[in-house]
Design a binder for this molecule. Structure first.
Ligand SMILES: Nc1ncnc2c1ncn2[C@@H]1O[C@H](COP(=O)(O)OP(=O)(O)OP(=O)(O)O)[C@@H](O)[C@H]1O
Ligand SMILES: [Mg+2]
Length: 402
């Protein structure tokens, strides 16, 4: 679970306070610490509840609300204040900010804008500090880490990597991990985890206009490993319901609720796949030591490098290293690809197939197997955990190309 942000709200009008409260209640990372319907009582409420941020709706009485903001700013100089008003004109915004508000939103409040404003308030409160280190670019971040898994040909091991990597990350109690099956036609992450979904991406897409955080969270099925899964549509014809803008919205909301998002993409380089990769912090390109796969890696990198910021995110993951019938060496593969192999996953057909047939992840089926150890190391590397946390002898044998 991400750190919870404790919020107190004040709004004398039931008509606007209730929708705002409902929005906030739907955000997992938010705890509604206090709710007040009188401006004059709120300073006491703030003193008693010491919230991480306050939300003040101005419209019932602008003058009183602005005075309250000033009073709060005087007494709690570091308290992040979000002002909300139906009057979104420059004058009103300026007055609220001059009084001491850090953020301003126009009512009715839209969930995405609220989440972004809360994120900024959180960052503000931390005075530039943050919740999670971003090991991928060395900066700090308050948002989730988003990783796309894409393959260089069919059957190369994307779903195996996506499912098992997600389960490994989900083992950390402070993380909240969701796997989204974006292989819309033929995905099988639900089969790999033996989950029978009540809802899929299609339900989410169909309800996108009235999507709130509670509905979205209900749409994900929970696996015993702690991982949440948003599966691909059950009916093939429902794929057409999922538009790019839906995906953007869904991912935006998921980012606010989960610390880690993993996407299992299709092999068809569809607009959905590309959007997902653009929204990701890292793209794991899964390949094998085999001619077609390596040639496709080169082609894919060539295309991705053309788009600013996309090629740089790609990390090549070589799967099934050590498989008997390969005569291409890792050195040769690196030379062909023209960039380092970020991670190697050993070949272990027995464990992989056994886990898949049993519908359980490796961490349940074969926690000691080499593939699981390798994927645990990959999870640690992506999450910025120290290499010391990965098992030593395995690192020496398998991760020498990092
Ligand atoms: N490291 C590995 N060692 C041995 N077998 C593996 C390994 N990784 C994956 N496999 C096996 O390869 C097969 C294909 O794996 P998977 O379904 O994960 O690939 P995919 O890229 O998702 O395929 P698709 O193109 O159908 O989406 C499975 O039988 C799986 O058990
Ligand atoms: Mg797959």
């Amino acid at each position: 679970m991400k750190d919870v942000q404790r919020i107190a709200i004040v709004d004398p009008s039931d008509a606007t306070r209730e929708p705002l409260r409902n929005l906030l209640l739907g955000v997992e990372a938010v705890w509604l610490e206090a709710e007040c319907s009188r401006f004059e009582f709120f300073i006491d409420v703030a003193r008693q509840s010491c919230p991480d941020a306050v939300v003040i709706t101005l419209d019932a009485d602008h003058q009183k609300a602005l005075q309250l903001i000033q009073q709060l700013t005087l007494e709690f100089p570091h308290m992040p204040i979000l002002a909300v008003s139906a009057r979104g004109d420059g004058q009103s915004i300026l007055q609220a900010l001059r009084a001491g508000a850090k953020e301003f939103l126009t009512a009715p409040v839209i969930l995405e804008e609220l989440l972004l404003a809360l994120q900024r308030l959180r960052a503000n409160r931390a005075m530039g500090g943050s919740d999670t280190n971003n090991p991928l670019n060395g900066t700090t971040r308050t948002e989730s880490l988003v990783v796309s898994i894409v393959g260089s040909k069919g059957g190369v091991g994307c779903t195996s990597v996506a499912v098992n990597l997600s389960c490994c990350i989900a083992q950390e109690p402070k993380y909240n991990v969701a796997l989204v099956d974006l292989d819309l036609a033929l995905g099988d992450a639900d089969v790999a985890l033996d989950l029978i979904p009540d809802y899929t991406l299609a339900d989410v897409a169909m309800n996108v206009d009235r999507l709130d955080m509670q509905f979205l969270r209900r749409s994900l099925c929970k696996h015993e490993s702690g991982l949440s899964l948003l599966p691909h549509p059950v009916q093939m014809e429902d794929i057409a319901l999922i538009h790019d803008e839906h995906l953007g919205r869904v991912i935006g909301l998921l980012r606010a609720s989960y610390s880690h998002l993993i996407f299992d993409l299709s092999k068809r380089f569809t607009p959905t796949d590309l959007s997902a990769m653009r929204m990701s912090d890292a793209v794991l390109l899964v390949a094998q030591l085999e001619l077609t796969s390596l040639r496709n890696v080169v082609r894919m990198l060539h295309t991705m490098d053309k788009e600013e910021g996309l090629g740089d995110k790609v990390k090549v993951v070589m799967n099934r290293v050590g498989v008997d019938d390969s005569d291409i060496t890792l050195e040769k593969a690196q030379e062909t690809i023209g960039r380092p192999i970020y991670w190697q996953v050993p070949n272990d057909y027995k464990s992989m197939l056994g886990a898949r047939n049993a519908g359980v992840p490796l961490l349940i089926h074969a926690p000691k197997c080499r593939v699981h150890q390798s994927l645990t190391g990959l999870a640690n590397a992506l999450c910025g955990k120290t290499p010391a946390e990965a098992p030593k002898e395995k690192r020496r044998s398998f991760f020498s190309f990092r």
